[in-house]
Design a protein. Structure first.
Length: 216
């Protein structure tokens, strides 16, 4: 990876040249900025230049961040519908795995950085944004508390007919959060290849299994 100072210098140079020659159209400036940014990175370890490629959700939400205005409601619904279609059903119809493995995934913040070996298992880093168990005293507050997640939603038996809606929703939320919120800041764990299907099953168990410490 090239140093951030190099990237900032390149962008500053681009702006300076644009000022001297007359500011190009917004679309052209975006293209040139993307070109400079892409040239400043390389594949290394588990970090890939392909992450710079934006899909519709990233593009629309990034633009909204710049303007400070929410994206158009109709555009948001289109993005959510497209992302919901990308959520697969679990293989064999099994939604839940082992909550003990799920807790390890929640605690693990490693993965997808340039110091990680390509193909090495990733963590979910759940505690970075959420309270998950009452035993943990260090956790983020970007997202809501997940303590008693299943219990508060009345999930006594995750395999029951009554639990199906919340089980399906939780699966979809973990797989691709933008299926329910176009500009969600939650990682798209399944969609983005951050966690594999079994890992998501294990996190599902952590959230919904009555025997999980989350639901005590």
């Amino acid at each position: 990876m090239k140093k951030p100072s190099f990237i900032l210098y390149s962008l500053a140079s681009l702006v300076a040249l644009a000022a001297c020659a007359g500011l190009p159209a917004a679309g052209e400036l975006d293209r040139l900025t993307a070109q400079v940014t892409k040239a400043s990175f390389r594949d290394q370890g588990d970090a890939r230049v392909s992450r710079l490629i934006q899909d519709d959700a990233n593009r629309e939400c990034s633009a909204a961040d710049v303007t400070g205005k929410p994206i158009d409601e109709r555009v948001a619904k289109v993005i959510e519908a497209a992302n919901l279609k990308s959520v697969p059903l679990p293989t064999g119809g099994t939604y839940l795995g082992d909550w003990k493995s799920g807790e390890k995934i929640a605690q693990n913040g490693r993965g997808l950085t340039w110091t990680d070996a390509a193909g090495s298992p990733n963590g979910g880093n759940c505690y970075n944004c959420h309270q998950v168990s009452k035993q943990e005293v260090s956790f983020g507050t970007i997202g809501p508390s997940l303590y008693n997640y299943g219990k508060l939603r009345g999930v006594k038996d995750p395999s029951s007919e009554a639990a199906k809606p919340i089980v399906a929703y939780t699966w979809g939320k973990l797989w691709n959060a933008r299926a329910y919120n176009a500009c969600s800041t939650m990682p798209r764990f399944g969609h983005g290849g951050i966690l594999d299907e079994q890992q998501i099953r294990d996190v599902m168990a952590l959230l919904l299994d009555p025997k999980s410490p989350i639901n005590e």
